[in-house]
Design a protein around this ligand. Structure first.
Ligand SMILES: *[C@@H]1O[C@H](CO)[C@@H](O)[C@H](O)[C@H]1NC(C)=O
Length: 354
């Protein structure tokens, strides 16, 4: 027995090198290690333009650029036939397209492909008393996929708290619409997620008041949400204003994202009787007001609103001072919202996490 420690000590120098090599090989070769590291990475390692292109298998590509057949994005959209039934790629070369773009209801199956949110942008300066009219980019068609584009409403005018002045960057009214690696900028009312089933993966949203709003049924996977203050108003803004009016399938679900910025903001505003928003597995910085949610401007009851959080982290995730009607979801309650089944995504999304 007394020999044992000695034997082990003697054996160690000889065993050490093979052990290190075996461990290194396990890290490099193990399929488990590979899958695990992929899951931990940002999705830009997985979803990119070529992947979506191969999934959608489009037969036709319309190229937009200063030296190309189509000089404007709208000209390419206009060239897609009414009643289109096969995927068409509208490819935007790098650059800033200063125009208002609309995909009408009659032109489904368009894949609008940019070169990345830092490279391709659709920018329009537009103010209106109607959210929809102010939008720099509008989708009324079903089955639209968008990759790698920044959408910006560059209007400087527009007080955030007066309804007459709206500055929407993008309005999404079609069903089965997905955005991958896009960015949305506006002083306020940035994304009008009006209606339909939508998926936003690895997108960036910037704004001040009600900047993701509407009655959509949408998943925001790995979103980055930046709150930009507007010194012209005393109102403390809300990130979301979800418009669910009755017990339907609508709602906004934010998964594995990050909320940060300057000043204070609420996660959302109860603005209809059944407003539904969930932040799950999300980092909330101290920019999130401790009350979490507000019913500013809403005089209805909060009994049926479903505004809450699940498993969030960060200094803004302390729920001790939340409004009494804010929800803290259990794992069982949250589960049905946390996969693309919430938007029947397995049936129509070209790519998704889970
Ligand atoms: C909570 O989120 C963390 C990451 O922040 C994750 O590792 C963990 O699995 C989540 N817990 C549940 C119960 O989903």
């Amino acid at each position: 027995m007394e020999e044992r420690p000695h034997v082990a000590a003697m054996a160690r120098p000889r065993l050490l090198l093979p052990f290190i090599l075996a461990a290194a090989a396990a890290v490099i070769l193990s399929p488990f290690g590979d899958a695990h590291s992929k899951a931990a990475k940002k999705s830009d390692d997985i979803v990119n333009g070529p992947l979506l292109t191969s999934k959608l298998n489009a037969k036709r590509t319309l190229i937009v650029g200063p030296e190309d057949e189509f000089k404007t994005v709208q000209a390419a959209i206009d060239a897609v036939p009414v009643g289109n039934a096969e995927w068409v790629i509208v490819h935007l070369r790098s650059g800033v397209y200063r125009e208002k773009v609309l995909i009408p209801e009659t032109k489904p199956f368009i894949f609008v492909r940019g070169n990345g949110k830092g490279r391709t942008s659709i920018t329009h300066e537009s103010v209106s008393s109607h959210n929809s009219e102010s939008a720099a980019f509008t989708i009324h068609a079903d089955n639209v996929i968008v990759f790698g584009i920044t959408f910006r409403n560059s209007a400087r005018a527009g007080l955030p708290n007066i309804p007459e002045v709206r500055t929407v960057a993008a309005m999404v009214g079609g069903d089965k619409v997905a955005f991958y690696h896009c960015a949305f900028y506006s002083p306020h009312h940035t994304l009008f997620d009006q209606a339909g089933r939508h998926y936003y993966e690895s997108c960036y949203f910037q704004g001040n008041i009600d900047f993701i709003f509407g009655g959509g049924q949408s998943i925001f996977q790995c979103p980055e949400i930046f709150v930009k203050p507007d010194r012209r108003t005393e109102i403390q803004g809300s990130i979301t204003a979800q418009n669910r009016k009755e017990e339907d399938s609508g709602g906004f679900v934010f998964i594995k994202g990050k909320v940060y910025g300057v000043g204070q903001v609420y996660l959302g505003r109860a603005n209809e009787a059944y407003s539904r928003v969930i932040f799950a597995d999300t980092y909330l910085s101290k920019t999130v007001n401790p009350a979490g949610w507000t019913s500013y401007g809403f005089d209805g009851a909060t009994d049926h609103v479903m505004l809450g959080e699940f498993n969030c982290t960060g200094p803004g995730a302390d729920v001790s001072e939340r409004v009494p009607w804010a929800r803290q979801f259990t794992k069982e309650e949250a589960e049905k919202f946390l996969t693309v089944d919430f938007i029947n995504g397995r049936e129509w999304l070209p790519a998704f996490y889970y």
